[in-house]
Write a protein that binds this ligand. Structure first.
Ligand SMILES: NC(=O)c1ccc[n+]([C@@H]2O[C@H](COP(=O)([O-])OP(=O)(O)OC[C@H]3O[C@@H](n4cnc5c(N)ncnc54)[C@H](OP(=O)(O)O)[C@@H]3O)[C@@H](O)[C@H]2O)c1
Length: 270
């Protein structure tokens, strides 16, 4: 059985929308050869746009299934079944299938495609900027060289972490939905600043630069969130009074309930 690597593998993308385009950019950044990448979308104008911008080749779903060493499924979950029906008769025996679809289980994809090696990946939207967080679960037929392909490819999209598949819903509720939680917090802080008389544009600058700076401190100082929080919280000081209100309203409990609701919803989508 031939081993695959990023430079030589024939790769097919089915679906190049918001997430597919971000993943294509990461694939090229990781060193994939554009002449070895095929893709399928529905709209002819999108076909032309992707071909012209990235120098990769449009093909039919069936052709892609027949030629790919690595088949990436990046369509909406409701389109999966019909795509699998079209791919199954053509798929190479030793193909690696990478599913980026929310909620869809490895066993279901293996079943729908005649039992190939399957990897399930849940990326998040910062993947668009190369600073994504991907959660990865491997089916038990995935070979070490195929795992290496996935790791190297996802490293170009940001970070990746492997979890047992039963933790995909919890992890999705953490890093998949996470950007939206932080956006909601930014919205609330901007509203809070505006309510105290700061104009919206200035408030937005203050809050966005603050979250960027706080994120960089978390990422680059090696200090925990608890230590960094304590460092800016003098007893009975300004920040202390603000955080006391969070504590009284049980911020941790609220966030935990929100994440549990998101995880439950992810489970429903399976
Ligand atoms: N966006 C996110 O934040 C995010 C995060 C994590 C995971 N995901 C997962 O990523 C997947 C894609 O999401 P998205 O936001 O990228 O969706 P999207 O922008 O709607 O893209 C879907 C793509 O699939 C193509 N497509 C649909 N049916 C097709 C068919 N029969 N043959 C060929 N191509 C077909 C569409 O073609 P056209 O362009 O021609 O319509 C489009 O390129 C979803 O399953 C989602 O769960 C998304």
């Amino acid at each position: 059985m031939d081993q695959i690597d990023i430079k030589s593998a024939q790769v097919g993308l089915i679906g190049v929308g918001n997430m597919g385009q971000a993943l294509l950019v990461a694939l090229l950044k990781a060193g994939a050869d554009p002449s070895k990448i095929n893709f399928a979308v529905r709209r002819p104008e999108r076909n032309r746009e992707i071909e012209e911008r990235y120098g990769i080749t449009a093909a039919s779903v069936e052709e892609i299934a027949a030629e790919s060493d690595v088949l990436m499924l990046i369509v909406k979950p409701q389109d999966l079944e019909s795509i699998m029906e079209r791919c199954a008769p053509h798929l190479k025996k030793d193909a690696l299938v990478i599913s980026f679809l929310a909620g869809k289980k490895i066993a279901m994809i293996e079943g729908g495609l005649g039992n190939p090696a399957v990897v399930r990946v849940m990326p998040n939207t910062p993947t668009l900027l190369g600073v994504g967080m991907s959660i990865v679960s491997y089916g038990n037929q995935v070979r070490p060289d195929q795992q290496r392909f996935v790791s190297e490819f996802l490293a170009a999209a940001g970070k990746s972490v492997e979890v047992a598949e039963e933790l995909q819903d919890a992890a999705t509720a953490t890093s998949g939905s996470g950007p939206a939680y932080f956006f909601a917090f930014v919205e609330a802080m901007v509203e809070g600043a505006v309510a105290m008389g700061i104009d919206e544009q200035t408030a937005t600058t203050l809050v966005v630069q603050t979250i960027v700076g706080a994120a960089k401190m978390l990422d680059e100082t090696g200090k925990s969130a608890t230590t960094l929080r304590e460092n800016v919280t003098s007893p009975k000081g300004v920040t202390y009074e603000g955080l006391k209100v969070f504590g009284e309203a049980d911020l941790a409990g609220l966030v935990s309930r929100a994440m549990k609701a998101a995880a439950d919803r992810s489970r429903d989508l399976a």
